[in-house]
Design a binder for this molecule. Sequence first.
Ligand SMILES: [Cu+2]
Length: 64
Amino acid sequence: MIHLTVTGMTCQGCARSVKGAIGAIDEAAAVEIDLSTGKVDIDSGKPLEPFVAAIEKAGFDVVR
Ligand SMILES: [Cu+2]
């Protein structure tokens, strides 16, 4: 399980964008997003870096 904190998400549309970015890396990943805290949990067997890159490319910042 990958746990990230993503900043810049303000609405469900942002959450959908982040989910889409994650899904583009691993369409089978289970994703939980808490908009109020920015916590993003990704249940995937894939490594962290591609997810971080995809989320950043979608216009959000990842805190690590
Ligand atoms: Cu938004």
